[in-house]
Design a protein around this ligand. Structure first.
Ligand code: FAD
Length: 258
């Protein structure tokens, strides 16, 4: 059976509160959908988001300035059950799972709320009773980077998924980069690129054999990742641009950063 495409498309959620102003709609903000096409209740009528509340630290006040807090994220975080939220979408085709071959390995690299689309992937592959789960025979490898263990997201769900390989041997692998709790090989903070680098040989072998790699989270994560990959390529005598070009051409390289 084919692995079905996951509804981990982006949802453009435009939410606004009358308290914020002049009655005109605010501009659209994008949020990744953190559930599969079926939603957490499997009815297909719900979608989950993982939203970070954007606050503004005022150096002069030495406190958060509520006048400058993020409009949409705070609105969503404070929204009460039953409230109407204006949304559009889904849109975007970057964070999709490959549907051709259920043996395909997935390497999912996230920082913070970048975990959102992978929650959809992982629920679909390991937690929902559907043909997609039944068919999956690859390794889905999640790298999540956060500051410390208090900031880990959905750990209970990952542990459950890890404990539930599929009938065809599909399994979840999990690695955390806790920047304020762990150190990298140079004695510095353990950032996401350091954690991926620890397994560079395996990651490269998987990519050579058709794995798809995904990056999602804050824009700032990519330069460190790219530098690390360049360094690994240099060590292996691989031409980085050619290597990356090949992954892109084969649609194995997926980046959604903001
Ligand atoms: P805005 O009102 O747009 O404000 C932006 C920032 O400016 C805030 O930090 C705010 O504090 C600051 N600010 C406001 N006023 C001032 C001022 N006067 N001076 C200086 N600074 C000020 N976010 C998620 O949480 N989860 C996701 O899954 C997610 N997915 C995304 C996917 C994509 C493809 C993209 C592009 C973005 C995604 N985002 C996601 C980010 C999200 O779209 C918003 O950008 C984010 O939530 C902030 O929106 P906001 O309305 O709360 O802040």
């Amino acid at each position: 059976m084919k692995l079905l495409l996951l509804s981990s498309l982006l949802c453009s959620a435009s939410a606004f509160s009358p308290a914020f102003g002049d009655g005109k709609p605010h501009s659209v903000r994008l949020y990744s959908i953190a559930s599969s096409r079926y939603g957490d209740d499997m009815t297909g009528n719900t979608a989950s988001l993982c939203v970070r509340r954007a606050t503004y630290w005022c150096e002069e006040l030495k406190a958060d300035d509520p006048a400058k807090k993020g409009i949409c994220s705070n609105y969503l975080c404070d929204t009460a059950p039953g409230a109407e939220v204006k949304m559009t979408g889904p849109s975007g085709k970057v964070m999709l799972m490959p549907e051709e071959d259920p043996k395909t390995d997935l390497i999912m690299v996230a920082t913070g709320t970048g975990i959102a689309p992978y929650r959809g992937f992982i629920r679909r592959l390991f937690m929902e009773e559907t043909p997609a789960r039944e068919a999956y025979a690859g390794e889905a490898w999640l790298f999540l980077g956060v500051a410390n263990s208090d900031a880990l997201l959905y750990d209970d769900e990952w542990q459950e998924a890890k404990a539930n390989p599929t009938a065809n041997g599909g399994k979840l692998r999990l690695d955390y980069a806790l920047s304020r709790e762990a150190t990298n090989k140079k004695g510095g903070k353990m950032y996401i690129q350091d954690k991926v680098e620890e397994y560079a040989d395996e990651v490269f072998t998987k990519l050579d054999t058709g794995a798809h790699i995904y990056f999602c989270g804050l824009k700032g994560m990519m330069p460190g990742i790219q530098d690390m990959l360049k360094e690994v390529c240099a060590g292996k005598g691989i031409d980085y641009d050619e290597w990356l070009g090949g992954l892109k051409k084969n649609k194995q390289w997926h980046v959604e950063v903001y």
